[in-house]
Design a protein around this ligand. Sequence first.
Ligand code: NAD
Ligand code: ZN
Length: 244
Amino acid sequence: MIPEFLELVRRCNGNIVALTGAGISADSGIPTFRGKDGLWNKYRPEELATPQAFAKNPRLVWEWYAWRMEKVFSARPNPAHLALAIMERRGLLKAVITQNVDNLHERAGSRNVIHLHGRIDEMRCLGCGRIVKVAEPPKVVPPVCECGEMMRPNVVWFGEALPERELELAMSLCEENSVLVIGTSAVVYPAAYLPHHAKRNGNMVIEINPDVTPVTDIADLSVRERAGKFFEPLLPILEEEGFP
Ligand code: NAD
Ligand code: ZN
């Protein structure tokens, strides 16, 4: 699969964006949502990741987010995150569009990262709207803003709209570029629509996922493998002067 992958990357000539989901961070030890080790098998999303849940029990929601923050902050980028950062630096990739709220793309060195579902390393004030960056989970939950109001995680919850500017940017990137879809179950809309949007506009779709997904049918190349494992031997090749 490696030669086929490299050939497609060559053919795209820099006109590629990545679309990533929880699966790209699975090899960094961050649990996915769906699947056999997914978070939703242990917790009920409607109890934790909705505005209603937060209004009802902010402390419980915050405890869960503090736990996930801890996991994200102690995790390290894996070869898949690193490969995308190398590709961007070498002009082979324009942007990473991610559904992940973790910061592993940035920590791997990616610069142009579009967060469709917000970020777990930020919190937002329900009163004044101030966004505060965090480097460790809050010691007291729920955290309170300087203005006296409660802070919430700056992530998109079920039932909430995606940030408009990010979604527009993602749509327009998928009109003009091929898409490398890594580790997403491709069932959460509107993000799941992006590969189809790319395909309809005459672009290629490449998928890396150990499981079959709705994207598999439309993919020009679908690699059934864990992202970290697939990209590990690719790192020195992508770094090579001679490539592409
Ligand atoms: P998902 O949990 O629905 O799907 C995960 C996908 O990754 C599955 O298709 C699975 O087969 C695949 N996968 C599992 N291990 C993999 C690996 N090692 N390499 C490649 N693929 C692998 O995740 P999703 O599609 O991103 O769902 C969207 C929602 O999940 C978003 O709202 C997102 O915010 C949230 N989420 C984010 C994180 C994170 O930030 N790291 C973690 C869990 C969930
Ligand atoms: Zn405030």
